[in-house]
Design a protein around this ligand. Structure first.
Ligand SMILES: N[C@@H](CCC(=O)N[C@@H](CS)C(=O)NCC(=O)O)C(=O)O
Length: 264
């Protein structure tokens, strides 16, 4: 095992690492459970489902969640917070658990660095690597508005302001990605597949969860942000996304997830 990741599952943010790992020949140990079960887990390098007794004994590790767990109490060990001071999932660890890595983009970078001799995903010099970083930073800006929007949809309390911010964020992100592929660039950061492409596919697939909340949107008199007109407006990134979804390193994660999206 080269890297351990603890997360709720499935989580498109961890595909960034698992897709890179398939390409680079890196062995990742993924531990986790559906989001609703994680309040009964100990968040730790040795993360596991707690027994009732353990839960009582670990009362000092109980902490109120901040984002994505409905305010539930989560059991985060001190070691977990040492590893990830922000207390979020996904969190990754080096093989002996002495180093924690947080933020899904940085977890993905770890895989690329570990496997760089097998497959180069992170540029060939300081300039090309930094250009890839630019795409990852732009993705994180989009991801913040996307996250707040999806959480408000799943809580059934989406409001106009959040919807507007997410729409603007998606348009800004897609117009940059579309421009990067124009007129005929094969990949986002140049001639070869890189972390920029992997990250974009994961974040865009995550946003597609919006489809699960058509009913919530119509009750709030709000439109579907990622509707068919997006494909017409941003044709290059739309095609790139679909091609990559069917790529052998992406398909095992992405296709089952997309197939399970259903208009409710
Ligand atoms: N930008 C972060 C997002 C991670 C994040 O915000 N995770 C939330 C769940 S969606 C979390 O772990 N919340 C824990 C808490 O609320 O205490 C990444 O890409 O890894």
């Amino acid at each position: 095992m080269d890297l351990r990741i603890f997360s709720y599952l499935p989580n498109p943010r961890i595909w960034k690492a698992t897709i890179a790992a398939r390409l680079c020949g890196i062995d990742i140990d993924v531990i986790g459970a559906p989001p609703k079960d994680l309040p009964r887990w100990l968040w730790d390098f040795e993360a596991h489902l707690m027994t009732e007794q353990e839960r009582k004994d670990l009362a000092s590790s109980a902490r109120k969640s901040r984002l994505g767990f409905g305010g539930n109490v989560l059991y985060k060990s001190d070691g977990f917070l040492d590893a990830n001071p922000f207390g979020t999932v996904p969190t990754a660890f080096n093989p002996d658990g002495s180093i924690g890595i947080f933020e899904s983009n940085s977890i993905m970078r770890t895989v690329a660095r570990l496997g760089s001799d097998t497959y180069s995903l992170y540029g060939h010099d300081a300039y090309s690597a930094s250009r890839i970083d630019g795409f990852l930073d732009a993705s994180l800006i989009f991801a913040r508005d996307s996250q707040l929007y999806l959480l408000s949809l799943s809580a059934g309390d989406v409001q106009g302001e959040i919807h507007k911010a997410a729409k603007q964020a998606l348009h800004t992100y897609l117009s940059g990605l579309d421009r990067a592929l124009s007129p005929d660039c094969p990949f986002l950061a140049g001639d070869v597949l890189s972390l920029a492409d992997i990250c974009a596919v994961a974040e865009l697939a995550l946003f597609m969860r919006e489809l699960n909340y058509k009913q919530v949107l119509s009750e709030a008199s709000l439109d579907l942000i990622n509707g068919p007109e997006i494909n017409e407006r941003f044709p290059l990134i739309t095609e790139h996304f679909h091609n990559l979804c069917n790529h052998e390193a992406f398909a095992p994660d992405v296709l089952p997830y997309l197939e399970n999206l259903s208009p409710r």
